[in-house]
Design a protein around this ligand. Structure first.
Ligand code: SF4
Ligand code: SF4
Length: 193
């Protein structure tokens, strides 16, 4: 009992200390991330299980837990301008293991969507869009793979748009609907001339 005596008042005082607030905080960002990701990002209690499960963490400065904190605090610019945002492999290990049933992967995807709306996106992602548009594959088949497939007794091309290119039109229709290809072309041109 003695340990909790005066606790609410002390906490109240602490929370009114301006050092606990950031001017960069945008509550709308927290709401947008939640709406797009459809996950309860605000329930994150920073246990770190996500970062501990993340295959990108030991190889880079990327820390999913940090992005979860930024989502809760509404730190929009800090989130969207951090190049680490693009280091998630979308493996979903963090989502499988989060003890609060949050989907950190979807939080990252929501942030990437918001970043793309501001033209903040690495060129290699845009080139993947262009490759999907022209071939139906983010990583199209090549002669080395074709030879390897042949050695394994497989068809030289997999039974995808490589084998049935007539279906590429359908993929292009989807990308055109969301103006993904047009925006990818525009940004690549602006950056590379
Ligand atoms: S595992 Fe879940 S609760 Fe723990 S830090 Fe990551 S998102 Fe937050
Ligand atoms: S989905 Fe992304 S953030 Fe989550 S564990 Fe995999 S690489 Fe890390």
């Amino acid at each position: 009992m003695a340990r909790t005596k005066g606790y609410p008042e002390a906490l109240e005082k602490k929370l009114h200390d301006q050092r606990y607030y950031s001017e960069d905080s945008n509550p709308e960002f927290t709401k947008k991330v939640k709406a797009i990701s459809r996950t309860i990002a605000h329930m994150c209690y920073q246990c770190g299980t996500c970062t501990g499960s993340c295959p990108s963490a030991p190889r880079s400065t990327y820390r999913i837990r940090k992005f979860m904190r930024r989502a809760v605090l509404g730190l929009e610019n800090e989130s969207l301008t951090d190049p680490d945002l693009w280091l998630c492999t979308t493996c979903y290990s963090c989502t499988d293991r989060c003890p609060r049933d949050i989907a950190p992967t979807d939080v990252i995807m929501a942030m990437r969507n918001l970043a793309f709306k501001r033209d903040i996106i690495p060129v290699n992602f845009l080139k993947t869009v262009q490759a999907i548009y022209s071939s139906g594959h983010g990583v199209p088949n090549n002669d080395v793979n074709r030879a390897a497939r042949e050695r394994l007794g497989l068809t030289r091309d997999p039974p995808t748009t490589h084998m049935y290119p007539e279906y590429i039109k359908g993929i292009q229709k989807i990308l055109d609907h969301y103006k993904l290809k047009a925006n990818a072309d525009r940004i690549v041109k602006e950056r590379e001339g």
